[in-house]
Design a protein around this ligand. Structure first.
Ligand code: F6P
Length: 521
């Protein structure tokens, strides 16, 4: 099923390299003059619109990239993903996060969805109460990585859809205790519900925070209160038993859902608490609409396919190996943090699926922040610095409230202006020559705009599915497995050794470890 060959040894790769050399002579300022070209790069899919016109590509580039995709059997690879083939070859699993949002999902998946949504609604309505018979007002999700970033982001993005009955949903991930302390500072144990979210239920950070939360709760309300105040999402039933999670407050995960693809599963329980079951179902429906577009649209009109192919183009043929994500809607502020795991844990690989070392660059680094504040922070570096970067601007045509309509329009105008200046550049036409050089914007810096009509659970689902599938497309082009993450294991093992040393005989410590110990003693 997988093409076994090294993609960089094929003739299409060489043709793309040659083409990139030719295109250097045609900067974006020139390409953007061709209105027909620009119009052909404005792509609609589900309710999203993607503007790829500020990527340094022509019709020929796209023809070559589509040919490359066909060489790599991308169509078959998409079908393999969506139909549950064993695409995660190193762990011997399918990657069926798309099944979680498919109305035709297997009964077991639909039943679990109904179960956790019912639970969330019961908490929201006050039907489900704490040990002192008070309704929950604070919900604290304890998890890390995929068990934190997706829900944390989605709750921040969609809190506005939650209505008056929504509890205050908070997140705790970091190991050192400060985030937990902050989350608990003004919380009342009697009205606080914890969700321990851990696929494995063995993750050090999550277990440390969960034990801290358990102590806090038991100290205030007694051991007997634990089952009423803890829910959990995991594949590890024995660990949930040991912790004391009640049978009716535990929700299943499946090993065919990777952590960073899991917000659609019961890992999304905290999202459902914040926005309610109906909105959660809309989130799933939006993602499913994008899955359908991904499966059915021709490659040339397929938003995730083009996004992924153009990422490969930038990474391997134009040498731009960073991606910035800049949302121009403050509710999407955590999008870059969420995408960092999705993109970099998935594409941070240097061997192909067959174990052979890659001879080309794989995933770009990804970072970003809210677009508007970024203009007064690192935008200078973007416009006049020497690094090679691609930007994804993400905007919503309509903002949160009519009261802010004017401010939102200004914000969108700034997004367009940033993309335009990056692409076209500018040169002051008069003045001292040296000063003109300082003030010049070189331009020719590519970007994409992803536009949503407004931020709803459904459009958010579509946006996230675009990125999930773009990542998959890139992995197929590079022949790597995006669904494992062995690179995070070694650090965990060494941390256990260092922890034992730091707590042991100080005479055996040297260097900075000795200094840590000296300053702690
Ligand atoms: O960082 C590694 C990782 O395995 C992620 O892929 C995952 O999302 C995270 O740890 C948390 O794992 P768990 O849900 O098992 O606690």
């Amino acid at each position: 099923m997988e093409p076994r060959s090294d993609p960089s040894r094929g003739t299409t790769w060489s043709m793309l390299e040659q083409h990139a050399n030719t295109l250097i002579k045609h900067p974006l300022s020139e390409l953007l003059q061709d209105e027909a070209r620009n119009a052909s790069l404005l792509i609609d899919g589900a309710e999203l619109c993607a503007d790829f016109s500020r990527m340094q590509v022509t019709a020929e580039t796209l023809d070559l990239l589509i040919k490359f995709a066909e060489d790599r059997e991308l169509g078959n690879a998409i079908e393999a993903l969506l139909s549950g083939a064993m695409v995660n070859n190193t762990e011997g699993r399918a990657a069926l996060h798309t099944a979680l949002r498919d109305p035709a999902a297997p009964t077991e998946v639909r039943d679990e969805l109904q179960k956790f949504l019912d639970y969330a609604d019961a908490v929201r309505s006050g039907e489900r109460r704490g040990s002192t018979d008070e309704a929950f007002r604070t919900v604290i999700n304890i998890g890390i990585g995929g068990s934190d970033l997706g829900p944390r982001f989605a709750v921040a993005a969609l809190r506005h859809a939650g209505g008056d009955t929504a509890p205050d949903v908070r997140f705790v991930a970091a190991l050192d205790g400060i985030e937990l302390r902050t989350a608990l500072a003004d919380a009342d144990p009697a009205t606080t519900l914890f969700i321990i979210c851990s696929k494995t239920f063995t993750t050090l950070e999550t277990l440390t925070n969960a034990r801290g939360a358990r102590r806090w709760l038991a100290d205030a309300l007694g051991e007997d209160a634990i089952p009423a105040h803890f829910a959990a999402v995991s594949v590890n039933a024995a660990a949930m038993d040991e912790f004391g999670v009640g049978a009716d407050a535990r929700f299943a995960m499946w090993d065919w859902v990777g952590g960073r693809y899991s917000l659609w599963s019961p890992v999304g329980l905290s999202i459902a608490m914040a926005i309610g079951s109906e909105n959660f179902r809309s989130l799933l429906a939006g993602a499913h609409a994008m899955d359908t577009h991904f499966r059915e649209a021709p490659l040339r009109e397929n938003i995730p396919v083009l996004h992924g192919l153009l990422a490969v183009w930038q990474q391997n043929f134009t040498g731009r190996n960073q991606r910035l994500v800049l949302p121009y809607d403050e509710r999407l502020r955590l999008l870059p943090e969420y995408l960092q795991q999705l993109w970099m844990e998935s594409l941070g690989k240097s061997v192909r699926k067959n174990g052979a070392a890659v001879r080309y660059r794989t995933g770009a680094s990804l970072w970003g922040s809210g677009g508007s504040p970024a203009q007064h922070s690192f935008a200078q570096w973007l416009h006049q610095g020497s690094a090679e970067t691609v930007v994804d601007y993400v905007g919503t045509a309509n903002g949160l409230s009519d009261d802010d309509a004017e401010a939102h329009l200004q914000s969108l105008a700034n997004m367009l202006a940033q993309a335009e200046v990056l692409a076209r550049g500018s040169m002051p036409d008069s003045g001292d020559e040296a000063l003109r050089a300082h003030r010049a914007h070189p331009g020719n810096r590519p970007s994409t705009i992803l536009l949503l009509p407004e931020l709803t659970p459904a459009t958010l689902g579509m946006l996230l599915a675009v990125y999930e599938h773009s990542v998959y497309v890139q992995s197929v082009m590079w022949g790597i497995n995006p669904f494992d993450q062995f690179g995070v294991e070694q650090g965990k093992a060494v941390a256990r050794e260092r922890a034992a040393e730091l707590a042991g005989d100080s005479a055996k410590l040297t260097g900075i470890a000795r200094r840590i110990r000296d300053w702690r003693d």
